[in-house]
Design a protein around this ligand. Structure first.
Ligand SMILES: *[C@@H]1O[C@H](CO)[C@@H](O)[C@H](O)[C@H]1NC(C)=O
Ligand SMILES: *[C@@H]1O[C@H](CO)[C@@H](O)[C@H](O)[C@H]1NC(C)=O
Ligand SMILES: *[C@@H]1O[C@H](CO)[C@@H](O)[C@H](O)[C@H]1NC(C)=O
Ligand SMILES: *[C@@H]1O[C@H](CO)[C@@H](O)[C@H](O)[C@H]1NC(C)=O
Ligand SMILES: *[C@@H]1O[C@H](CO)[C@@H](O)[C@H](O)[C@H]1NC(C)=O
Ligand SMILES: *[C@@H]1O[C@H](CO)[C@@H](O)[C@H](O)[C@H]1NC(C)=O
Ligand SMILES: *[C@@H]1O[C@H](CO)[C@@H](O)[C@H](O)[C@H]1NC(C)=O
Ligand SMILES: *[C@@H]1O[C@H](CO)[C@@H](O)[C@H](O)[C@H]1NC(C)=O
Ligand SMILES: *[C@@H]1O[C@H](CO)[C@@H](O)[C@H](O)[C@H]1NC(C)=O
Length: 734
């Protein structure tokens, strides 16, 4: 029986804790039993072989080093030195708040991640909390979506004056509004996803900014500019805007809903300055192109309203959310009764669908990017209902674990970018991660708010209303480095070396079921991403072309979606057997563990050498011709290296695949390779495998003998992701 320890051969307890399935106390790490070699031959493509082939390939990504030239990260000039800890720290947080200002020194790093100063600030970087002594007043704006009642004097200006974040965001929104105002109204155009969703979201983004700045200045030029955009989107501007009978494109109802939301927000925030004529024009347009079609959808027109049944995903949140915002805005002025009717459907419908798209571990059912669209719709709808009526009607409580979805977002965000498995979705425009500022406020989870306030997409009007300026502390203080999400639908792991270092190591891997993600997933059990040294080494290819034939037809094994490279198993960072897709009915089992470190108050953090985390997935059910297939990933050497181990017992041809933007140089032995991105280098090594396992590189494109694409369809190019497939192509033949 072959026995090895991938790094230091040793016996005794597993260095990675109990529950480590690869470790045997007597002999360390064990590979499955391997038959004696008889006339081995290594071939690229195997004919079916009737005898079990056992492959145990271990590939260790060894993180190299480079000179740190990140001047901003060593700056501590804006960090006030505080003293004390515990309760003393909490109250002195108030006094240092203005001195320290915004924690992040920049968000314009390569990947738009916040850059934190390298420092400990014991007065400010404390446990996340809400601390009333921090600011004189916390006031929730009570006027949003209550146009029919007199507007109280808004508390926002005094809050802005007292809070560095609100002040910076206010300035950004003014700057953005000024930029948008200088542009012509948004020009109608079909985007790359069967609709005018880009138009809708860009107009919504602009109307929010114009209406906000109007409210903050009382300067009617902003209301006039908003009106120009409103006229344009109603088809009453100077350029045509869509077909007369369906300007907001009800056949792709997301578009309809986002236009309705945009008009609703502008109607509400500009209510005091709009003339009666303008109000009735907006109402007639919203009813004709939005709300009446919403009623058709609820009344069973499945071609526009399929999203109102069994749709636990962003479509349901965005559609119900947009209709709700539109209905609430005109509720006091609508004489037709349709606003009331919409609310009679939208709230319950969102409770039965949208709110359930968060599984009991917090993961969003679709993808990390679709989380943005879904939670923005859900948060807008909940916030508008609370503001207008005082109640969320259960949207925030019907799913008792909805409050965990901020953790999903924080942990799916790597050191450079998201673990962006599956489709990455359309352009975001008005869509941000600021839903977690709202959830932080509602669920009283200070960490969510502290995390998001430093992000590049924080400055926009919703943050101004959803942020609670009494929040204090540092999101990373006490935040565990790892988290495992193990609901059977998703099953994934997030592991890192730091929360505040742009050069941190981040590794995330998924298993999970392949159905039940609104056709936004890939056939990607075992897929992983790896960040280190400020860049992404193992990455995702993202969406294919949404207009490709059958792109969203993925419910059966041979459905068209699974013909496209970016969706196929070969387009993922996982094991490929016989160049075949994984089984769509896969139901992996997972096991995981961690030494459990949490970062402390300092932004400068290095985990101890003993610190580790691992995630093991039994992926046997994802493969044919395979007796067993387990993939395990762990951080080693104080989280400076990653060990990926595959234990495979199969009759098929095995290929280990990873996609990278790096330049890959394979050494002469073929068992190690150097990956280079910029001036950063990483070494990849096969540590243990049947002899003959080789690393090679190839293009990120379909195999010649893959089943044909639907007629006239093509895969997307994957430029830059040059020859990303690093392939350990291992076949053992007796
Ligand atoms: C918001 O920002 C604008 C532009 O910088 C500024 O004129 C205005 O005074 C700010 N509002 C408050 C309340 O500080
Ligand atoms: C808004 O302005 C900020 C700078 O104030 C800029 O970074 C950001 O890109 C702008 N957003 C948009 C959507 O133009
Ligand atoms: C705008 O007008 C409202 C009353 O309609 C007033 O309370 C507020 O102070 C004014 N804001 C500015 C910046 O003039
Ligand atoms: C646009 O024009 C149509 C036709 O005159 C009118 O019914 C509608 O109310 C107008 N809408 C807006 C927002 O101006
Ligand atoms: C469903 O809605 C679409 C788009 O508004 C419309 O063209 C179609 O006639 C409607 N179907 C039914 C059965 O009402
Ligand atoms: C989430 O809400 C549940 C109750 O629905 C509660 O038990 C749990 O502690 C909450 N979790 C967090 C992180 O607030
Ligand atoms: C390559 O870089 C692009 C642009 O940053 C990114 O979207 C893509 O995910 C990267 N691909 C891989 C395989 O890392
Ligand atoms: C794997 O086997 C199952 C059951 O026989 C079959 O339905 C499926 O199509 C096979 N998958 C592939 C990729 O051939
Ligand atoms: C494929 O494209 C050609 C040329 O554009 C066209 O003549 C043909 O009808 C198309 N076939 C299908 C099945 O769409």
């Amino acid at each position: 029986m072959a026995s090895y320890d991938a790094i230091n051969h040793q016996q005794g307890a597993s260095p990675y804790g109990s529950g480590d399935p690869y470790y045997h106390e007597s002999s360390g790490y064990i590979t499955p039993q391997k038959p004696p070699a008889r006339g081995r031959k290594w071939i690229w493509i195997a004919v079916p072989i009737a005898i079990a082939v056992i492959v145990a390939a271990v590939v260790g990504g060894v993180v190299g080093s480079r000179n740190h030239k990140d001047s901003s990260s060593s700056s501590s000039s804006n960090a006030a030195q505080g003293s004390g800890g515990g309760e003393g720290a909490a109250s002195s947080a108030a006094s240092v708040k203005n001195a320290i200002g915004i924690f992040a020194t920049a968000t314009n790093s390569d990947y738009l991640m916040p850059v934190y100063p390298s420092t400990t600030n014991t007065a400010a970087f404390t446990t996340p909390t809400f601390n009333p002594s921090n600011n004189a007043a916390l006031a929730w704006p009570s006027d949003s979506f209550q146009p029919s009642t007199p507007q109280p004097d808004h508390p926002l200006p005094s809050l802005i004056a007292a809070d560095p974040y609100l002040k910076a965001w206010n300035t950004s929104i003014f700057n953005n509004a000024t930029q948008y105002a200088a542009l012509p109204p948004v020009v109608y155009h079909m985007d790359g996803a069967s609709g005018i969703l880009d138009n809708a979201r860009e107009i919504k983004m602009r109307l929010k900014a114009f209406s906000y700045v109007y409210r903050m200045t009382n300067d009617t030029k902003w209301a006039d500019r908003a009106w120009q955009e409103i006229q344009n989107a109603a088809g009453n501007g100077t350029t045509p805007f869509g077909p007369d009978d369906d300007k907001w494109n009800s056949m792709h109802f997301l578009d309809t809903a986002e236009f309705t939301a945009a008009f609703g927000i502008a109607y509400d925030w500009l209510h005091e300055v709009l003339t009666n004529d303008q109000k009735s024009q907006m109402i007639s347009t919203m009813i004709k192109y939005g709300l009446s079609l919403g009623m058709n959808a609820y009344n069973g027109n499945a071609s526009i309203g399929w999203w109102d049944t069994n749709t636990e995903g962003n479509w349901n949140c965005v559609c119900n959310g947009g209709l709700t915002l539109g209905a609430l805005a005109i509720l006091g002025d609508d004489t037709s009764g349709i606003a009331q009717q919409i609310l009679g459907h939208s709230i319950d419908n969102a409770k039965q669908n949208c709110a359930l798209a968060v599984s009991d571990d917090g993961t969003w059912a679709e993808t990390a990017n679709y989380w943005y669209f879904g939670t923005t719709g859900h948060a807008e709808m909940s916030a508008a209902l609370i503001s207008a009526t005082g109640s969320d009607y259960g949207l925030l409580s019907v799913n008792p674990q909805f409050n965990l979805t901020g953790d999903f977002h924080m942990y799916v965000q790597g050191a450079t970018s998201l673990f962006n498995y599956g489709d990455h979705g359309p352009n975001k425009f008005s869509t941000t991660a600021n839903s977690i500022i709202f959830y932080g406020n509602h669920y009283k989870i200070a960490q969510y708010m502290l995390y998001q306030r430093d992000q590049h997409d924080a400055p926009e009007p919703w943050s101004m209303f959803w942020y609670d300026p009494t929040v204090a502390g540092a999101f990373w203080d006490g935040l565990p480095l790892d988290r495992f999400f193990d609901n059977g639908l998703d099953q994934w792991a997030s592991m890192r070396s730091s929360w505040t270092d742009n050069n941190a190591l981040y590794v995330a891997m998924k298993a999970g079921q392949l159905l039940g993600h609104q056709n936004h997933n890939d056939l990607d059990c075992g897929d992983f991403v790896l960040d280190a040294m400020g860049t992404r080494w193992a990455g995702e290819l993202g969406s294919g072309d949404y207009l490709s034939d059958g792109y969203f037809n993925g419910d059966t094994q041979d459905a068209e979606r699974w013909l496209y490279y970016r969706k196929r198993t070969e387009g993922q960072n996982t094991i490929l057997i016989n160049q075949q897709n994984q089984n769509i009915n896969a139901s992996p089992k997972v096991n995981h563990g961690s030494t459990g470190e949490a970062q402390g108050s300092s932004t400068v953090y290095s985990p101890p050498g003993s610190s580790t985390a691992y995630f093991v997935a039994d992926l046997t059910s994802a493969y044919n011709s395979t007796t067993s297939l387990k993939r395990g990933i762990r951080t080693i050497n104080g989280r400076k290296q990653v060990l990926l181990q595959d234990d495979i017992n199969t009759q098929g041809t095995v290929m280990w695949r990873m996609h990278t933007n790096a330049t890959v140089s394979v050494d002469q032995s073929g068992t190690s390779a150097t990956l280079q991105i910029g001036d950063a280098k990483m070494t990849m090594q096969i540590l243990n495998a049947p002899s003959g396992a080789q690393i090679s590189t190839g293009p990120a494109q379909r195999f010649q003998n893959d089943p044909a694409l639907p007629p006239n369809q093509t895969d997307q190019e994957n430029p830059g992701a040059v020859q990303p497939a690093v392939v350990g192509d291992v076949v053992e033949r007796l």
